[in-house]
Design a protein around this ligand. Sequence first.
Ligand SMILES: *[C@@H]1O[C@H](CO)[C@@H](O)[C@H](O)[C@H]1NC(C)=O
Ligand SMILES: *[C@@H]1O[C@H](CO)[C@@H](O)[C@H](O)[C@H]1NC(C)=O
Ligand SMILES: *[C@@H]1O[C@H](CO)[C@@H](O)[C@H](O)[C@H]1NC(C)=O
Ligand SMILES: *[C@@H]1O[C@H](CO)[C@@H](O)[C@H](O)[C@H]1NC(C)=O
Ligand SMILES: *[C@@H]1O[C@H](CO)[C@@H](O)[C@H](O)[C@H]1NC(C)=O
Length: 505
Amino acid sequence: MGSGQAMLLVLLSLAALCRSAMHQESTIQCGSESGPSPEWMVQHTLTPGDLRDLRVELVKTNIEAEDYSVLMNISWILRADASIRLLKATKICMTGKSHVHSYSCVRCNYTEAFQSQTRPSGGKWTFSYVGFPVELSTLYFIGAHNIPNANMNEDGPSLSVNFTSPGCLDHVMKYKKKCIEAGSLWDPNITACKKDEKMVEVNFTISSLGDRYMVLIQHNTVMGFSNVVENKLTRTSVVILVTGESEGAVVQVTPYFRTCGNDCIRRKGIVILCPQTGGPLPLDNNRAALGGWLPLFLVLLVATWVLAVGIYLTWRQERIKMMSFPTTTTLLPLIKVLVVYPSEICFHHTVCYFTDFLQNHCRSEVILEKWQKKKIAEMGPVQWLTTQKQAADRVIFLLSNDDNSICDATCGHREGSPSDNSQDLFPLAFNLFCSDLSSQNHLHKYMVVYFSGADTKNNYEALHVCPKYHLMKDSNAFRVELLRVISHVSMGKQSQACHSSYSPL
Ligand SMILES: *[C@@H]1O[C@H](CO)[C@@H](O)[C@H](O)[C@H]1NC(C)=O
Ligand SMILES: *[C@@H]1O[C@H](CO)[C@@H](O)[C@H](O)[C@H]1NC(C)=O
Ligand SMILES: *[C@@H]1O[C@H](CO)[C@@H](O)[C@H](O)[C@H]1NC(C)=O
Ligand SMILES: *[C@@H]1O[C@H](CO)[C@@H](O)[C@H](O)[C@H]1NC(C)=O
Ligand SMILES: *[C@@H]1O[C@H](CO)[C@@H](O)[C@H](O)[C@H]1NC(C)=O
């Protein structure tokens, strides 16, 4: 080897040393690259190895552009081996699967060629890319491979991860516009306590998004519920009549905001025992004191009563318009209505809502399969349905084309909660009642009610002969029809069977 050549080599190595010392650590420059990478077209004898690790997490960004507020932070670690010298870029592709399919790729070029297998500071080479807007409750496949990639018909090394984005209650996702509109930032601070065997008191904070709510107490089955309309107070209190042991039961508050209608985020709480106030002990202690105050107390009581009656009479008209609670209506003669619905209906916000409407605004007694599971088990479904059909003044088929993912996620109905493993009665009811549908004599008993949107594309052709109603759009026509049939059944008790001031969503 000549000295000139040796000199050249020394100079070259010095230059390489200087370069690695002077230049900053390699960073990345990322840009969208949906098609194949240009390197794909060229044969490479040597290619870099795969990634060591790939992770995805959510980040909330400050970009105010609506749905782009939650992005993926994809981070990866390079494998510390000699092939890192060949690495030019890393390509990351994302496929999202929900109602809409999404697919997108980005290519991140390394700004400097890698001179060492680890960072000059010692750690592994780690990079991250923040991008790809994240939708709610969506399954994402994220795959990454290094460039130059393997030749066209070789299986290149790549790393992929699955990632399911959470729903609106997640601490990051709740800031998405869609979630905020569905009430994700509302803190109802639900407190609920068992007052006695029959009553549960529920308090919660009202949202500024709307004033209509449904409160439901359930423990495997629904034990009681009530509608609440509150536009004055910020925190409301409602007493709900329940059947069965309510301590430890779940209280669910379903809001009906203008922005999300039936699909707002429902909130839950637990029923605890009410703290014992004014028990026998303090009463004993206060008996003497009470004696002295008794006359004044009675005068006050009478005055209050007179005032209350006055107010009541003055505002009676107003009061009729307000929502009524089950206690006020169940005392009056009832119309028996059997409601049957397919299992895919979201029970809590469709069936309960409708039932509540019937009970509180149409003076109906509702028979629901869900509330008679024990009886059905004893009698057998066919016998139970036959008996109920005979007992009922009306049979309503409740249908819905509601296939909302928020419903699925929180309703739990389709996920098969422990109480839902029983047989779906709807097809049975449909087949059993089908013969009636062809006879004019029996037809008056049946009605079809659609919740949300147009007719479902369902297999229940025979139901086309029944009168059909879309709630809440046709709620007036529905009430008229319900009333008309009731007049056959029980003259005289129908005059005010339905309140006319029910306000639809
Ligand atoms: C990355 O490098 C490729 C090939 O040199 C080039 O086509 C592409 O524009 C680069 N991308 C970015 C974001 O710099
Ligand atoms: C993305 O994740 C990486 C690795 O966990 C982290 O170092 C980086 O700060 C994150 N970026 C943002 C914007 O949160
Ligand atoms: C991702 O999910 C798909 C389909 O559910 C499955 O086939 C694949 O094995 C999963 N991959 C990983 C890395 O979990
Ligand atoms: C929730 O309500 C209770 C009772 O009214 C109150 O003591 C508590 O501070 C409230 N919590 C929040 C976070 O508002
Ligand atoms: C509900 O609020 C009322 C009035 O503030 C209070 O007396 C009651 O204890 C509260 N009940 C629950 C269950 O928080």
